[in-house]
Design a protein around this ligand. Structure first.
Ligand SMILES: [Zn+2]
Length: 266
């Protein structure tokens, strides 16, 4: 999540207005409210829009490509396991960069997929699996959960309700180094299977991506979903086991993935 980490900037911390700490589905206390997840996501989206080095494909010019990727997103989001289906906007954008094999989803459901990833993958099932993984990071609120864990509920409370801006600056600096924990990565893989299990897609689609990385060797920069600890071999096995244990279909779905790739800029 290199790109996205760099986008956490100080103003967001000052812009936080609401304090409604809530428990997540696992009973963990999250200091941040759903609105704050949304605000972080909006901040990331605004930063990307303003960044002249980031080319986001125009939705009208590339309407065929967007129809395709929005259709995948909608199918995954139709899963009963999505908690914030209506609360988050779940917007999806395609970033034109054939060299970057990545996708990420900012808090609040702002999904970004690089053309490099779309072109690298072979099937819609694989892309749906990766998107399921990214959607899970947002729906499980991993960024704000991890921020709560990293700084502690009491510290965050005293900072947000005090005037200690030196400490706020220190936290903002550290946010740059915050990445998903191993636990979050494992959970995102598990939920990718759960989401896809409710769709026409092959529930272990994400494993197809990892298997391809294993078979072909990893490209230069590790993508977000490979940047932390579980190694691809273990993840393929874990994803396949999850799909089996949940009794999900692992038959490849029919798709028109080649047409999707062809609808992207060369
Ligand atoms: Zn991840």
């Amino acid at each position: 999540m290199t790109k996205f980490k760099s986008l956490f900037i100080l103003p967001f911390l000052f812009s936080i207005l609401l304090f409604l700490g809530a428990c997540d589905s696992d009973g963990n206390i999250n200091f941040f409210s759903i609105d704050e997840d949304l605000k972080i996501g909006q901040q990331v989206a605004a930063e990307l829009e303003a960044d002249s080095s980031v080319i986001i494909l125009d939705e009208q010019e590339y309407d065929t490509a967007y129809m395709f990727i929005q259709s995948i997103t909608e199918k995954v989001l139709a899963s009963n396991d999505i908690r914030y289906r209506t609360e988050f906007p779940w917007q999806v954008k395609i970033i034109q960069d054939d060299e970057t094999l990545n996708a990420f989803c900012a808090p609040g459901g702002y999904i970004y997929v690089y053309t490099g990833l779309i072109k690298y993958l072979d099937t819609e099932d694989q892309l749906a699996g990766v998107m399921g993984h990214e959607i899970a990071h947002a729906d499980k609120r991993h960024v704000t959960d991890n921020m709560t864990k990293a700084y502690g509920y009491e510290t965050l409370f005293s900072i947000f309700f005090g005037e200690d801006q030196g400490t706020i600056a220190g936290i903002a600096k550290n946010l740059v180094n915050l990445s998903y924990s191993r636990k979050s990565e494992t959970e995102a893989d598990e939920f990718s299977v759960k989401y896809l299990c409710d769709t026409e897609y092959q529930a272990n689609g994400a494993a197809g991506f990892f298997q391809k990385i294993i078979n072909e060797g990893q490209s230069s920069t590790p993508p977000e979903f490979l940047s932390t600890h579980p190694n691809p071999d273990n993840r393929v096995e874990a994803i396949n086991n999850n799909a089996r244990e949940e009794g999900c279909s692992i038959s490849p779905s029919g798709n028109n993935y080649a047409a999707f790739k062809a609808s992207l800029p060369n």
